[in-house]
Ligand binder design. Structure first.
Ligand SMILES: [Zn+2]
Length: 259
């Protein structure tokens, strides 16, 4: 699948209302802070965005933020590097911890593999990752009215559970902590989603900065519900459980020499 850059990420304004729900400030930041081991002093925050978490980390740790958006990095209060997560210009094992929040789900398979390799190369001791938990990628699929491409509105290409994250890192690192957090949200039954999309032609409503990765159209009319989609949603509320939206995992480098 292609992952053309969403050019809206280079605009200043997209980063101003980044945490409009307040869930990052109220839930994510305290959760991340309480999972950072005491012997951590330096942190590289990869995919730091506008520094909403980075700036908090920098109050207690020697923190550097890395991201591909200059517009986002302008709001980060600590040293920054403009780079892709696939190739980060810092020395091996040069930070106690590599931290990354809500980045890996945006990468295609190749980008994911290269980025994970960089995380392992750079972290001298810990890797702390948060990503959406068991995200059903079809839920946020929108259909482009211009080219009919169907794509995830949030630009998410990967879905993770504990096993999958563990597999990515556990050759060199050992999982030492994990937890679920964030708001509870209703999951969606895949069978009902197929009916909703294919028979009901009901896709997810675009968000403010949605851009079609195929034709770059960013003009999306609001999609309204219909009888089929309402029936699917009603049945789904009965059959699907609610689940926490985020998973956090903490890894430690194997055979770390404590001396
Ligand atoms: Zn399109």
């Amino acid at each position: 699948m292609s992952t053309k850059t969403n050019e809206h990420f280079s605009e200043d304004t997209i980063w101003y209302d980044y945490d409009s729900s307040g869930s990052i400030t109220e839930k994510k930041i305290p959760w991340v802070l309480q999972n950072i081991p005491e012997d951590t002093s330096s942190i590289l925050d990869i995919g730091c965005g506008n520094g909403i978490i980075t700036n908090e980390l920098s109050k207690s740790f020697k923190t550097t933020g890395a991201d591909m958006s200059d517009a986002a990095l302008k709001q980060v209060n600590c040293p920054t590097i403009n780079c892709s997560s696939e190739s980060i210009p810092v020395e091996s094992e040069s930070f106690d911890m590599v931290f990354s929040s809500q980045l890996l789900e945006h990468l295609n398979n190749e980008q994911l593999e290269a980025s994970v390799k960089e995380f392992k190369r750079i972290a001298s001791r810990y890797i702390l990752i948060t990503v959406p938990h068991k995200e059903f990628l079809k839920f946020c699929e929108t259909k482009c009215p211009k080219c009919n491409a169907v794509f995830n509105t949030n630009g998410h290409y990967q879905s993770f559970d504990l096993l999958r994250i563990k597999e990515l890192f556990s050759d060199d690192f050992e999982l030492i902590k994990h937890s679920l957090g964030g708001s509870l949200h209703q999951q969606y039954n895949p069978f009902l989603m197929d009916i909703r999309q294919n028979l009901g032609n009901r896709y997810y409503n675009p968000v403010k900065y949605t851009m079609c990765p195929n034709c770059k159209n960013d003009d999306f009319p609001l999609v309204k519900g219909n009888l089929i989609s309402k029936i699917c949603n009603g049945l789904n509320r009965i059959v699907s459980p609610r689940a926490n939206y985020w998973i956090l995992t903490l890894f430690e480098r194997r055979n770390h020499d404590n001396t």
